[in-house]
Design a protein around this ligand. Structure first.
Ligand code: PHE
Length: 342
């Protein structure tokens, strides 16, 4: 409607106006706020506006009027200060309001630090979708149909679907990369993952992982161990000790869990390490030959290792945070403690 266009044009005119002296300001006042101003007659157009746009019309018109008033006041004030700096009410020497700086989220900081550690030794970042299909998240990774992880209890499937799901681990990115790139492959895949878990101090239905995958000719378990030792020392200090415990993942064989030695200096250490002094930090293993074949890589020619770790867990260890829920509540009092680098 024409009248809306008119409001729009006046709005732009007000925004663009920049009276530079008292005379120009007076012209502005007469045009927009004087007794014969241009806004007033538009109000009587209300009767011609269709019912369903009357509300919008009223709001736009009021906003227009308000803008004109505010602009006028603002410019008038700056002129007053200029003309009569000392006697003005505005004390230009008063201290300003402190400007609150934002800070990076502790998960982003931990993620960035882990990424830096691995990119230094030649890993490149790979990212992929959070809504995955069953094949990339489970089947290609050797996870049988009746594996408990596939249960509705553990996995969020999309509504009315048994095919599409929220990825339960970043290992799905391994599948994506292996089916689209040729070895040598050396990637890390950071990202968000989802599991149907009861939310508590120790677990959440969403969290973050970083996945690593290295595939080339003659990659060995020793290569994996040395890579992960390097990581632990960069992350937790040059004297950090690690140990590997045999474990099971459907997509790696053999599989292991890596613990770092945390020590038993105080009561918290006893609690978080369950009295052993050792803390589990990641899962890893040699990529199962069946997984390589599933993804079109010849297991007779290539071998590789993979690992995956939870970021929240690393951040909780680094900062001694005892409740995972704090990461998702976005309470500024919590977040602002992490403004510095990790
Ligand atoms: N995907 C596994 C998990 O979520 C971790 C893992 C990744 C284990 C790669 C071995 C190799 O627990």
């Amino acid at each position: 409607m024409e009248v809306f266009e008119l409001i729009n044009n006046l709005q732009s005119e007000i925004t663009a106006a920049s009276p530079e002296n008292a005379e120009q300001l007076e012209l502005f006042r007469i045009r927009f706020l004087g007794s014969k101003n241009v806004i007033k007659p538009i109000f009587s157009e209300m009767k011609n506006v269709p019912n369903d746009r009357k509300k919008e019309f009223g709001q736009l018109l009021n906003a227009l009027k308000e803008n004109a008033e505010n602009k006028f006041k603002l410019i008038q004030e700056t002129f007053e200060v200029k003309a009569d700096g000392e006697s003005s009410d505005i004390d230009v020497t008063a201290p300003g309001f402190p400007y609150l700086q934002g800070s990076r989220h502790p998960i982003s900081l931990a993620m960035e630090r882990i990424i830096q550690i691995f990119t230094k030794i030649g890993f490149v970042i790979a990212e992929d979708r959070e809504i995955e299909d069953d094949w990339h998240n489970f089947t290609a990774l050797n996870t049988p149909d009746d594996h408990p992880a596939r249960d509705m209890q553990d996995t969020f499937y999309l509504q009315n679907s048994t095919e599409m799901l929220l990825r339960t681990h970043t290992s799905s990115v391994q599948t994506r990369v292996m089916t689209s790139q040729k070895p040598p492959i050396r990637i890390i895949a950071p990202g968000r993952v989802y599991r149907n878990e009861t939310i508590s101090a120790r677990s959440h239905c969403q969290f973050h992982q970083i996945e690593g995958l290295y595939i080339d000719k003659k990659v060995s378990f020793a290569d994996m161990r040395q890579t992960l030792l390097y990581f632990a020392r960069e992350m937790y200090g040059p004297d950090t000790k690690i140990r590997m415990r045999p474990s099971y993942f459907p997509f790696t064989e053999p599989s292991a869990e890596v613990d770092v030695y945390w020590g038993l200096k105080d009561e918290t250490d006893y609690r978080i390490t369950k009295g052993t002094g050792w803390l589990e930090v990641l899962g890893c293993g040699m990529v199962d030959p069946a997984v390589l074949s599933n993804c079109g890589i010849d297991p007779d020619e290539y071998t590789g290792f993979a690992f995956g770790m939870g970021i929240e867990r690393q951040a909780m260890l680094l900062h001694r945070i005892s409740d995972i829920r704090l990461f998702f509540e976005n309470d500024v009092r919590f977040l602002k403690q992490f403004s510095g680098a990790l």
